[in-house]
Design a protein. Structure first.
Lengths: 128, 151
């Protein structure tokens, strides 16, 4: 049994693909039409290319409620590891990304939180 | 852009206001006032956080609501138009067609044809990872197929 795929709900798949590739810097692996939606996955150029993140359409009303509540409570839905969190803060801020928490030490890691423009908060962390 | 806790909370409140369809909708300036942010900064911050301007976000919420109502099949297109706060059927139909790719009545016919249990939402409107994966070609899983053949 392996962990090969995880997913994140997004309110607009095209917008999400742009944000996760052009802004965050991930690479598109799959983009296959499935009915009125698409099967889109991205991988990290800094990690293993067989670990995929699916950008899943959030058309389920229950999913929208869950996503909205997590967002309003300031709870990140996923976390990505970075090697230079201060550098990411500068790079992403220059690209117009909104941070709800600037990089700060929290125990053994330094963490920051961004809005992904698709209804989610994402935590960035750098092990110290 | 760094949002303070209070600013973030106000933007979430604004998002909730924009997703509602009250009898007398607030203008974007009214929503900005409710969020205690100047209209200029409100639009800029809202777009950075939610990926759409407040107006675009409000329209998308209304179209999502229209799709749900049409899929449930208990309202006519005209009733749905009124329900989501549009005064003009022409404006509603035009916007819906541009964004969804088919007219509201065509959408209603297509989606209603998929409904198997009265009153439930068609599976096509509630996709999840697994339902999406079930529609993928085998080429989407090259590693798995190789393993299967080797087995």
């Amino acid at each position: 049994m392996r962990i090969k795929l995880t997913s994140i709900m997004v309110d607009d798949q095209e917008k999400a693909l742009r944000f996760y590739t052009e802004v965050l810097g991930f690479e598109k692996k799959h983009d296959i039409p499935v009915g009125e939606y698409r099967w889109i996955t991205v991988t990290s150029p800094e990690g293993r290319d067989d670990l995929e993140l699916a950008l899943e359409p959030n058309a389920n009303p229950a999913g929208k409620v869950f996503q909205g509540a997590m967002f309003s409570q300031g709870i990140p839905i996923a976390a990505f590891e970075v090697t230079d969190i201060a550098g990411e803060f500068s790079r992403l801020t220059a690209k117009g990304v909104a941070f709800t928490r600037r990089p700060a030490q929290a125990g053994p890691v330094s963490i920051a939180v961004i809005a992904d423009t698709c209804g989610n908060l994402i935590q960035l962390y750098q092990p110290m | 852009m760094l949002l303070r806790h209070e600013g973030f909370r106000c933007l979430c409140r604004a998002r909730d206001l924009l997703s509602e369809v009250p009898e007398h909708p607030l203008s974007i300036e009214d929503v900005a006032r409710e969020a205690q942010i100047s209209p200029f900064h409100f639009i800029r911050q809202f777009e950075a956080v939610f990926g759409a301007t407040p107006h675009q976000y409000r329209m998308q919420c209304r179209l999502d609501m229209a799709k749900r109502l049409l899929a449930n099949g208990q309202h006519s297109v005209t009733e749905v138009c009124m329900e989501i706060g549009f005064a003009s059927l022409g404006s509603f139909s035009g916007l819906f067609t541009r964004r969804v790719g088919e007219t509201p009545s065509a959408f209603r016919r297509r989606v209603r044809a998929m409904v198997q249990v009265p009153g439930t939402v068609p599976a096509e409107l509630t996709p999840g990872c697994l339902s999406l994966m079930s529609g993928l070609p085998l080429s989407a899983f090259p590693g798995s197929i190789r393993s299967f053949r080797e087995a």
